[in-house]
Design a protein around this ligand. Sequence first.
Ligand SMILES: Cc1ncc(COP(=O)(O)O)c(C=O)c1O
Length: 369
Amino acid sequence: MPDSDSYIGRHKSELDTPALLIDLDIMETNIQKMADYMTSVNTELRPHVKTHKSPIIAKKQIKAGAMGITCAKLGEAEEIVNAGIRDVLIANQIVGKHKISRLIDLAKHSDIMVAVDDSKNIQDISEAAVTDGVNVRILVEVNIGMNRCGVEPGEEVLTLAQQIVQSPNLKFEGLMGYEGHTVAKPDREERESATREAMQWLVDTKDYLNKHGLDVSIMSGGGTGTYDITGSIPEMTEVQAGSYVFMDSTYNKVEGVGEKFDCSLSVLATVVSRPENKRIIVDSGLKVLSKEFGVPQPIGFTGLEMTGLSEEHGKIQDSNGNISLSPGDKIEILPTHCCTTVNLHDRYYGIRDEIVESVWKIAARGRSQ
Ligand SMILES: Cc1ncc(COP(=O)(O)O)c(C=O)c1O
């Protein structure tokens, strides 16, 4: 088996499959466009690493203008901090003794910041921080309509914020509210009004805290689908968008977003069987392509439709039975959800002008703990 680095300089069609490809020109353009937009509205960009799970790409985002990185998991944050990035938000609750001790270890090597929505959790983090003599930065997560984590806007937030202010070795930095229920609404008007309504809860809560004498330095939220809505609200200080780096066929249909960012990620697959003219089978199934947002589709062929995935097979229907694809031929498939597809792969093949330019390990792949 060729070493994956030995593909560098070869045509992408020579890659063994299934292989996860990045169109580097498109990815770099997406990274720069998002950074430039945030600069234009005077909001910081803290891209979410859950999409690419790669310190190499995170560093490209920072070089383009991002001020730090958002992570969902401690495992991701460990990879990012190990790579030398200091300003990291874990936009999630870190709960339990073992995980809090890993959080404290990270605080020794970075300016880690974490979301909280529970009084006992605040106490546990403070006690562990005191024991090890470190400081931890804290955002209170507010439920702004997604009904996932987060306390209700207003008084509950104030109570937690006051507790943080009084807790040794914790620094209350501000608020986080993620409008996950609005980011993928395809219609622009509908998305914009739902997002403004959601973010207003966060803004009102900030005002409420200010009235009670608390400074709110950071207001964090936003995703790819709301980058220019949330990003342009004056009170928001930073946006956590992630998917814009790669996009996928789902985000591509979101009005105003699909037009701004192009799809840079694909899975290269090989045709392994063509049992009949209308049925093409490729070597890429559920273990390399996620399908919670629908079955992915081949790129560049009209008349081809992927109709199903089993573990290691993708089934493609050729409606007229006349597309010339035989066992051994390769095709690219566009994911319906970039983030969960990436997590199925060990490495990226970076492609420029059809040639393999780089091979990058997906360092935080599978680091869900
Ligand atoms: C907390 C949080 N912030 C931001 C995002 C933004 O992600 P995306 O750019 O993929 O919409 C997500 C997505 O899951 C998230 O969970």
